[in-house]
Every structure is written in structure tokens, then in C-alpha cells.
Design a protein around this ligand. Structure first.
Ligand code: AMP
Ligand code: MG
Length: 401
């Protein structure tokens, strides 16, 4: 058996970020920036008022109360260039350009709100309520660094900085192939010996949750020509994953398709569940990750191998962020294998806690649905004890309690 990290490294050594392409900034949500984004303009673009009030020469309002004649209004969006002479003022709105001459804004709440003459009740020193051109960013300054997956707050900064197009790494396209004569799509009646096919929907949903585009989910019978399907889907996908058919049974379509030293190699990984794994490059160098069929095995295999590969294809670092939590009730772990345990998270006075979620079998879907995260039990641990602290990875869509 090879360590989990070794199999992951074999896969990561074979994948590269997809070539970048230009993208309208407004459509970049969830995509990874291939290049840093630099501001096209100064921010603020022009010196403007941060308050509704009166633009003044601060020297004129050094002693208050005082009154000043109001020469008119400056509204947000007014493109005229105004000047305020000493001894006078203009009403100004938030975001409106400061008139030449004025160096401060008295907020309307500190005045009588007059439109012909205004009574100023409080003084304002130079610079008060004035947002100066370029004080946030200068044209050419970096707004967001490369490698960032664009979130709404970064999107705001990018478009606000006047950058209409950014270089992004496209979403990886993913194809899923499920195998097994016993599998029936949900919604169709089951005959004796048949079960509902759940890995196809699960793996497609995992890839979607990880910002990939699922281009195909196909089911094959155990005697179908698997390699031909793989080659066809490798034409339209950046990564292909298969489910099932990689273990030691007599009818293992994925393993058999590449039996004679083909493009895909099969290994036993020291993890539990998820021991039988396959990996190779198919088509024009497209990674094929062959995952075991038991639903929980498929899930932890996805998290351990597919997810890091998708992250790299998408221009990100391979490692999904991890957390730690303290075990409340212990459980047993398999000797010589890293256990990937489904856990529920909680919180007490000492921080994040975890308990096992359901029974440990790799077929147990009920315990999967109630889990929040996968905990990593190191290879040399035979018994997880209360108080132990373990690394964990949140399942997609789950958050820290
Ligand atoms: P296999 O890896 O093909 O030997 O399958 C191992 C176990 O997982 C068997 O009990 C299968 O019935 C089950 N299984 C395989 N593929 C799926 C699937 N797509 N959905 C649900 N269960 C599956
Ligand atoms: Mg099978």
C-alpha cells in the first residue's frame, strides 16, 4: 500500500493550471485570476465630498456660528467644474466633486440647511469630509493578486477600479462515468439485487460545488467498452472520473479496461475507506481518476484526489483549507491506514469538537448525510480517544458551527 499523500502527489505532478483566457470582469465570480488586477483609474477617481453638507473654505468657518451665502448646489454626477470663493459656499451632496477652492465640508446636520444663506453651527478644519483623489488606490496599483478566486467583494473592487476584462483560468470541465450492473437511476423501480445509483449525482454535485463544469455523467454496464467511453469524454473534459470497478472482484470494468499495462495504473492506497484507486492520462493528456464504488469511498477519494486536482486545474493551490477539532467520543481506526472519518462538529467552551457520524462502513449513506466534515486519523493511530485533536476538511456547503 502507498501513502495517501504519495498517490495525491503522483496526480498533482501530472496536472497544470488550464490556459487562461480573458473574461468580462462582471462574469468572473468564482473564477481564479491568472494575472494580478491593477486599477485603471485613481480611487477615488476625483476629490469628492463624503457628506451631504456645504463645501467651504475652512478658514471661513474657523469661528462659529457664522453665516455664508449659498451659491448653488453640486449634486452627485454633476460634471460641471465649480469654484467656491472665500466667504461663500455651495451645497454639496455625498459623492459630488469638491469645487475648486473649498477644502472642507460642513455636514448639513451642523447647519440650518439654508439654500440662500446658511447658518454654520460648527467649524470644520481643512480636509474634513473630503475624500481625496487617489488616496485609496492610484491608477496602476494592484487591486487583487493572481491566484485569488474572485468573490463578490473582490468583484466590486475590480469593476470599481474600472477594469472591464480580467485574465482568468476557466472552470475545469469534468466528466463522470459510473459503472455497475446493479445500479438503477433513482425514480425507476428496483428489482431484487438492484440499488439506486448515487455516485453519479454525488460526484457531479461535488465537482459543481467546487466550481467545475460537469459536461457529462454517463452510466456503463460492467461489460461495456469503458476505454472507448473514456476516450470520447476525454475530448470534451479536462478531467474524467470513474466510479466503481477498480477492486478485486471478477467484474471490474475500469480495472479490466486497462489491464494490460494501459494508460491507467491501479494502486492500493493506505486509506480507509478508499483503498483501491486508479490514475492515468487518457486522450490528449487528460487526467483519469478511477475511484472505488462504495459511496463513502467515492466521496473521500474525491476529496483526497479529485478536489486537489481540480483546484490545480483551476489555477489554485492544491490543498483545501483544513481545521482542527477535539474528539468527544472516541472510535477505532484500521491499522496501517489513514482513516477518513465522517464527523459531526460542535462547539464547547474549549472550541470546536467532533463526534463520529453514523456507523463507519463505506456503504453507510445515512451517516454521511448527517456529517459535517471528514476527519483525518493518522496512519499509526489505532484508537481515537476523547480529547485527541484531529485535522478535518469541511464537506462542501458545510460551515463551522
Ligand atoms: P465496486 O467498486 O464497483 O466494486 O462497488 C462497490 C460497492 O459500491 C458495491 O456495493 C456497489 O453496488 C456500490 N456502488 C458502486 N457504484 C455505485 C454507485 N454509482 N452508486 C451507488 N453505489 C455504488
Ligand atoms: Mg462494480
Amino acid at each position: 500500500m502507498i501513502p495517501l499523500e504519495q498517490h495525491r502527489q503522483t496526480i498533482l505532478d501530472a496536472v497544470r493550471a488550464l490556459p487562461s483566457r480573458p473574461c468580462a470582469s462582471a462574469d468572473a465570480l468564482g473564477l481564479v485570476l491568472a494575472e494580478p488586477v491593477c486599477s485603471a483609474v485613481d480611487l477615488p477617481v476625483f476629490t469628492n465630498s463624503s457628506m451631504d453638507g456645504y463645501a467651504v473654505h475652512s478658514a471661513d468657518v474657523a469661528t462659529t456660528p457664522t453665516s455664508l451665502p449659498v451659491r448653488g448646489d453640486i449634486r452627485a454626477g454633476d460634471t460641471t467644474t465649480y469654484e467656491v470663493l472665500p466667504g461663500e459656499t455651495r451645497r454639496i451632496m455625498t459623492g459630488a466633486p469638491m469645487p475648486a477652492g473649498a477644502d472642507a465640508v460642513v455636514q448639513v446636520e451642523h447647519t440650518d440647511g439654508g439654500t440662500e444663506t446658511v447658518e454654520i453651527e460648527r467649524s470644520a478644519v481643512a480636509g474634513v469630509h473630503v475624500r481625496v483623489q487617489g488616496e485609496d488606490l492610484r491608477a496602476g496599483d494592484q487591486v487583487v493578486e493572481a491566484g485569488i478566486r474572485v468573490q463578490p467583494h473582490q468583484l466590486a473592487a475590480i469593476v470599481g477600479a474600472g477594469v472591464a476584462t480580467v485574465a482568468v483560468v476557466p472552470r475545469p470541465r469534468v466528466a463522470v462515468i459510473t459503472t455497475g450492473d446493479e445500479l438503477v437511476p433513482t425514480g425507476e423501480p428496483l428489482q431484487h439485487g438492484q440499488i439506486h445509483e448515487s455516485n453519479g449525482p454525488m460526484l457531479a454535485a461535488l465537482a459543481t460545488a467546487d466550481d467545475a463544469t460537469v459536461v457529462a455523467v454517463e452510466h456503463l454496464r460492467d461489460d461495456a467498452d469503458l476505454a472507448a467511453t473514456v476516450e470520447r469524454l476525454a475530448q470534451e473534459a479536462d478531467l474524467v472520473m470513474t466510479s466503481g470497478g477498480v477492486s478485486a472482484g471478477a467484474y471490474e470494468p475500469v480495472k479490466n479496461a486497462y489491464a494490460d499495462g494501459g494508460a491507467v495504473s491501479f494502486v492500493k492506497v493506505a486509506m480507509q475507506p478508499g483503498k483501491p484507486q486508479g490514475f492515468g492520462l487518457v486522450g490528449d493528456g487528460v487526467p483519469l481518476l478511477a475511484l472505488p464504488g462504495n459511496p463513502v469511498s467515492s466521496l473521500v477519494s474525491y476529496l483526497s484526489f479529485v478536489r486537489p486536482a481540480l483546484r490545480v486545474l483551476a489555477g489554485r493551490s492544491p490543498q483545501q483549507p483544513r481545521l482542527t477539532a477535539r474528539v468527544v467520543d472516541g472510535w477505532k481506526s484500521a491499522p496501517g491506514r489513514m482513516q477518513l472519518a465522517r464527523v459531526r462538529l460542535g462547539r464547547d467552551d474549549d472550541g470546536l469538537t467532533m463526534t463520529a457520524s453514523g456507523a463507519s462502513g463505506s456503504h453507510v449513506l445515512g451517516g454521511l448525510a448527517t456529517a459535517h466534515a471528514i476527519a483525518y486519523v493518522p496512519i499509526d493511530v489505532l484508537e481515537v480517544r476523547p480529547g485527541d485533536v484531529l485535522d478535518l476538511e469541511l464537506l462542501p456547503g458545510e460551515s463551522i458551527p
